[in-house]
Write a protein that binds this ligand. Structure first.
Ligand SMILES: [Zn+2]
Length: 188
């Protein structure tokens, strides 16, 4: 089996995260959840469940503000505060950071590194949001996954994400990966 790395951003979400966890558990695959700090504070039991089931939790900032539209001070605080929330829940610092919207900003990468986290983007995006985020289109895009790819998907709605569309194709995607001898693992 060749590894790939499914990642789910913008949760935890009380209606979608448990369903994603159920689908992963059914095939025994693992993923990384890049969570929004204030969502994690609201739904700590979802973080605990994901960890207990062998998934990795990454920092996706405290409140998902756009990295390019805030001061450096705020940008750094977003990383630090997100890491703090997660270290309280995990009992250790998160190992991975992904900036909101995938918008890189050196001060955020630097701040993440200060707290021991590596900044991670992705290779393939499901584009599971907005008008392009329909189940059939998502499934077609995910057909392009190759071994070692990091795949961007969303289990939280935030504003425009469509986890309900993703969930329509996720079980089939995981079966398809198995048939192609690929298996999702948590980032390590
Ligand atoms: Zn996000």
């Amino acid at each position: 089996m060749q590894p790939i790395y499914l990642t789910f951003d913008d949760g935890p979400d009380p209606s979608f995260t448990p369903r994603v966890l159920d689908v992963l558990a059914e095939v025994g695959m693992h993923a990384t959840f890049f969570v929004i700090g204030k969502q994690a504070q609201r739904y700590p039991e979802l973080i605990r469940r994901a960890v207990a089931e062998g998934h990795e939790i990454g920092n996706h900032s405290y409140s998902h503000r756009h990295p390019w539209l805030v001061s450096e001070r705020t940008a750094r605080a977003e990383v630090r505060h997100g890491a703090q929330v997660l270290s309280d829940l995990l009992g250790r610092q998160p190992r991975f950071f992904r900036p909101p919207h995938g918008r890189m900003r050196p001060c955020m990468t630097d701040e993440a590194q200060r707290w021991g986290a590596r900044t991670v983007l992705w290779d393939v995006s499901a584009i599971d949001w907005g008008p392009l985020g329909r189940a059939e289109r998502i499934e077609k895009r995910l057909g392009a996954i190759r071994p070692q790819d990091i795949v961007l998907m969303h289990d939280g709605k935030n504003k425009h994400n469509r986890p309900e569309e993703l969930l329509r194709v996720l079980p089939r995607l995981l079966q398809h990966l198995q048939q192609r001898a690929m298996r999702s693992q948590a980032l390590a």
